[in-house]
Design a protein around this ligand. Structure first.
Ligand code: MIC
Ligand code: SF4
Length: 817
């Protein structure tokens, strides 16, 4: 069966992906028709089940309850998970936190697994995998090399990252479908072939779709995106991983995770006025910094946890990625039951209640590794930034801080939406502020954009009038996608290099992230605060205390925002944007053109030569923040996410070279000629020279993109030596056969010079917990010096290094069977 369509007139393309699925895959009619009815059934259910909890009687621990409305035969496994938890509890002899229960409930071998928080590696069996289009391409290309007929774990792919915001919703979607046709075709056909659910462009942002359709309390989900933890708002353990980790689970292998520590965040009291869930995570980021959550799960508890909507909790968990946390989670509660009701999944909510006491709650007396307390009664709205999400300023201090730091005071653009903040509640609260301003004849001073998180949110706010409120206000409603959050923004209001301020309700604000302009000062705040800034047009504005002038020059104070957690009339599911895998999958062809510049089949990397590495040049010693955006930029480069050779041309182009303070300008160690980082790396590789990178703290923080690890491997890199790594990036490097190593003596980072050469010694005895040695040969001819380097390899991971990659290792194990 050939699923790639050709010869369809351009004006029907939108229908193909966005509107009528029947045109796309005529043979799916029978599959899609029930789906349509299911979606409308969902609407009806949502209407019936408002806040009151109608009990679905008759559910027992042995009941068979489907995990979602879209797949058949995937049942919730609470009973097994509870058995596992009981085994572990008996072994450890102590009460468990909520997150621990979910984690240990998914152990592959609960009887024999070593469990020490922060020390042992856990082997887990996730229930589900979610991939977004920008990371799915590489994941699927790797899965294809495993030669399996279908995925072993339920998986979905979501088209959200590749849609550029230019003119607004429908036009941008149409353009994206045209420009990315080849990639969407590849993903659609590969999904059909390997039994993966495919969410077409226009469906919405991965995390929102997961929350609305797949997430439920107690589930363990891995997702190839760092904001996967969003679903923690629905009591699920949802963890961001690199593509290669997802491939293991797709291939039926257990997934490995270093047993996380548990940080308890105790919430007391209740938010009021302008404060919203986003402010909790903005405040927390200020306390912990971007690396405070590394190696830990953040578990919320205290009487404050029952005061939010489910989507509010999802906002908090989503942005937990910005503090480096493995994931964040709220314990199962009534708001989750309400959300499950509203999304047509009442039975799941009721089933969860059956297990609430024993499985879906923290044990009394459980202990956290660290406890942080936040008092919601006194929590102020916060504005974090610029350039980093942990620079937190309460609104009452913003005027002073902004002036003192010489931040541009005029707010050029306010952007609401993204996976973090695009719920119905967010939209209704933002709209309430605009309506208040409009009643005084006031419109936006700044440009204002809205990205609905999903087609369901878009359709619901279109039906309920908030969308009109936004457009009447002068706002533009963008496609249901990541858009400006990931740099997919054709920004026209300023020139590159112009110093300016934007405020968004997104979660990331690294340099150049949104518009590619390093002079843009990007701040993150709640949608309510973003809207207030867009109205006032000034970063010094504090809506709690500062008055605005109405159309007649009279002063007024904006009213406190008001919103609704769940739509009173139920959600409107909007267009059907889902493609279920067909029954007959064997004959589906997955097409990759050999001449494509977007997609390229992967060639296995060479195994390690079995020797220590000697006299390696330093490609770059980077200073300051080196996020995955510095290592493998997004924005215009997103189009090469399926083509390793092409995307490698962005390797480290955003990182700052310690030698000259410049980006993308490094000296070739042998010729002395300065050039771009990727060119220099390729020149070394082509002359058979391996190289290393030297980096600072929390290297690779930010996203899950494994391109940041595949690229250096493809360009001939050997080791990445840093003060510390962000979790996902470190695993990604190991998976691709590169050596992630850490200075044990941090002063060695300062001592080593970009022109020095290095040996890495002790590799033949590489073993868990055993340091290797870095021998530095200074360029000035002074005597060589040694410094120890630590690593976090366990014995299985060492095999990945030896084989050249985890995938090579997997192939070798398969061949030996
Ligand atoms: C991000 O927010 O940086 C992204 C884009 O969603 C990434 C994934 C990617 O780079 O594809 C993430 O967070 O993992
Ligand atoms: Fe998309 Fe931005 Fe969310 Fe990443 S953080 S998934 S780019 S909306």
């Amino acid at each position: 069966m050939q699923l790639v369509f050709t010869g369809i007139p351009g004006d029907r393309i939108r229908d193909i992906y966005y509107g009528s699925s029947l045109l796309f895959f005529p043979s799916f009619f029978s599959l899609l028709f029930p789906l349509y009815s299911m979606l409308s059934a969902r609407r009806v259910l949502a209407k019936i089940n408002n806040r009151g909890l109608a009990t679905v009687s008759g559910l027992t621990k042995d009941s068979l309850v489907e995990m979602n409305l879209l797949e058949k035969g995937n049942y919730i496994n609470y009973k097994q998970q509870l058995d596992n938890v009981n085994i572990v509890k008996e072994r450890l002899g102590r009460p468990l936190t909520y997150a621990e229960k979910l984690l240990y409930g998914h152990l592959d071998k609960p009887h024999e697994q070593d469990i020490e928080r922060g020390v042992s590696y856990l082997k887990l069996r996730p229930d589900r995998i979610a991939c977004q289009d920008a990371t799915a391409q590489m994941a699927i290309l790797q899965f294809m090399s495993a030669g399996m007929p279908s995925v072993a774990t339920p998986t979905t792919v979501h088209c959200d990252h590749l849609i550029q915001a230019q003119k607004g919703g429908a036009a941008d979607l149409e353009r994206a479908i045209r420009l990315n046709k080849e990639v969407y075709d590849f993903l659609a056909t590969a999904c059909a072939k390997y039994n993966i659910g495919f969410w077409k462009p226009g469906s919405g942002i991965i995390h929102q779709i997961v929350l609305e359709n797949y997430a439920f309390p107690g589930e363990l989900l891995i997702g190839t995106d760092s904001h996967t933890p969003n679903a923690g708002g629905l009591g699920q353990l949802a963890i961001g991983v690199g593509g290669a980790d997802a491939v293991d689970v797709m291939a039926g292998l257990p997934w490995e995770l270093k047993a996380p520590k548990i940080i308890g965040v105790k919430l007391t009291g209740r938010m009021n006025g302008w404060t919203s869930p986003k402010d909790i995570i903005l405040k927390l980021a200020g306390i912990t910094t971007v690396k405070g959550g590394t190696g830990a799960i953040v578990e919320y508890f205290g009487d404050g946890v029952d005061t939010f909507s489910c989507t509010g909790m999802a906002t908090i968990c989503n942005m937990g990625a910005e503090i480096g946390a493995t994931t964040s989670v709220f314990p199962f509660n009534n708001s989750m039951v309400d959300f499950l009701d509203a999304t047509g999944r009442s039975e799941i909510g009721q089933f969860a209640k059956v297990f609430q006491k024993e499985y879906l709650s923290a044990d009394p007396g459980c202990e956290y590794d660290q406890v942080i307390e936040i008092d919601l009664n006194t929590l102020e709205p916060h504005i974090n930034g610029p350039f980093t999400p942990d620079l937190a300023t309460p609104v009452s201090k913003m005027k002073e801080v902004a002036v003192a730091n010489d931040w541009p005071l005029e707010v050029k653009v306010g952007l609401i939406g993204s996976c973090t903040n695009s719920s119905y509640e967010d939209m209704t609260r933002a709209a309430s502020i605009i309506e208040d301003a409009a009643s005084h004849g006031v419109k936006a001073k700044s440009l204002y954009t809205v990205t609905p998180g999903s087609e369901q949110i878009r359709a619901t706010i279109a039906r309920d009038g908030q969308l009109k409120t936004f457009t009447d206000f002068g706002g533009s409603v963008l496609a249901n996608a990541c858009g400006p959050c990931i740099g997919q923004w054709d920004r026209q209001d300023i020139k590159k290099g112009d110093k300016n301020t934007i405020v968004s309700s997104f979660n990331r604000n690294f340099t150049s992230r949104n518009d590619g302009n390093p002079a843009t000062h990007a701040f993150v705040a709640s949608p309510e605060m973003v809207t207030a800034y867009a109205i006032a047009g000034d970063l010094r504005f504090n809506p709690l205390t500062d008055k605005l002038k109405d159309k007649d020059g009279n002063e007024f104070l904006l009213k406190d925002p008001v919103g609704v957690g769940l739509p009173v009339r139920g959600y409107d599911p909007g267009e059907n944007t889902y493609q279920a895998p067909p029954e007959d999958r064997a004959s589906v062809e997955v097409v990759i053109s050999p001449s494509s510049d977007r997609l390229q089949k992967l060639t296995p990397f060479q195994p390690w030569d079995g020797k220590d590495a000697e006299r390696l040049p330093i490609l770059i010693k980077s200073v300051g923040k080196t996020t995955t955006d510095h290592i493998s930029m997004a924005g215009p480069w997103l189009k090469y996410r399926g083509h390793l050779q092409n995307i490698s041309n962005n390797y480290m182009i955003g990182a700052i070279n310690a030698e000259n303070g410049e980006a993308n300008n490094v000296k070739n160690h042998y010729t002395g000629v300065y050039s771009g980082v990727p060119d220099t790396a390729a020149a070394y590789r082509d002359s058979g020279v391996k190289w290393v990178v030297i980096g600072g703290e929390n290297f690779g923080e930010g996203s899950s993109r494994e391109h940041a690890a595949l690229e250096p491997r493809y360009l001939g890199g050997f080791a990445i030596i840093t003060k510390s790594f962000a979790r996902i990036h470190e695993t990604n490097l190991k998976k691709q056969g590169l050596l992630p190593l850490n200075f044990t003596d941090l002063a060695a980072y300062d001592r080593i010079q970009p022109d020095d050469e290095v040996d890495i010694l002790g590799l033949t005895e590489l073993a868990p917990g055993k340091n290797v040695t870095l021998r530095v040969h200074p360029a000035d001819g002074s005597p060589a010096w040694d410094t120890p380097l630590s690593h976090t390899y366990n014995s299985e991971q060492i095999e990945w290094f030896k084989y050249g990659s985890a995938l090579n290792n997997m192939a070798a194990v398969k061949a030996s069977k």
